[in-house]
Design a protein around this ligand. Sequence first.
Ligand code: ATP
Length: 252
Amino acid sequence: MPTAASLPVGDAPPGIVVKDLALRYGRQTIFENLNLEIRSGEFIALLGASGVGKSSLLKIIAGLATPSAGSVIGSDGKPLAGRIAYMGQQDLLYPWLNVRQNVTLGARLRGEKTDDAWADHLLEQVGLAGRDTLLPSALSGGMRQRAAIARTLYERRPIVLMDEPFSALDALTRAKVQDLAAELLTKCTALLITHDPLEACRLGRHLIVLAGHPATLGEPITLDGLPPRAPDNPQVLQSQGRLLRMLTELHQ
Ligand SMILES: Nc1ncnc2c1ncn2[C@@H]1O[C@H](COP(=O)(O)OP(=O)(O)OP(=O)(O)O)[C@@H](O)[C@H]1O
């Protein structure tokens, strides 16, 4: 059975290369000539004011939206289709399916045999072993989000994109789920949208701010050490301060 330390995503996950990306809605230009390179296995946190275009960028990278111009490919030069798992702002668990059925939904939709040993392993990892027959209505918010993480990881994709996945959780549950995500995503290339500077500093290797109209990406703040970093880690506290200052200045 695979272990968390050996999530079966191959040797090195592909990085992401975003080249000269533009997005326009009618006369509104959300961004133009946007370039971003995320190296293999890196965890990037993307921040920025509401409405600046973060979710749009993530959806384009995920292949869920079409850009007006530009391209997104893997750092290995191959398309990213089929190599990305996407986790949105809501857990989107199907209320009529139990935890296990939700976790294995992708395989079921594709008409594949479900990998029950892998599902068991993930349910154990996210602390839901023995809860697999419960419906989402019987779960707390934190448990639902943990089930959604298990469903994301069940897909065994080397790239994981997350759009504010923990924003609805209370501070303590959020910290626990952040720890879990950091541990389970060590072998993936990950891009996380968050409004929470502390979350960004605990999880991200590079923190990038998207700002302006049209939006551009700022110089990244880079943190050392492996996530999850402790909330009172001096580097986390210092970077959090820098980030808040940067976001405030950009908003003026
Ligand atoms: N399908 C669409 N048609 C027209 N405008 C859109 C569409 N989708 C998004 N927009 C606009 O594009 C801009 C960027 O939206 P987006 O959701 O990417 O922002 P965001 O930075 O993720 O915001 P938030 O932090 O609030 O989630 C917004 O002004 C939004 O109104």
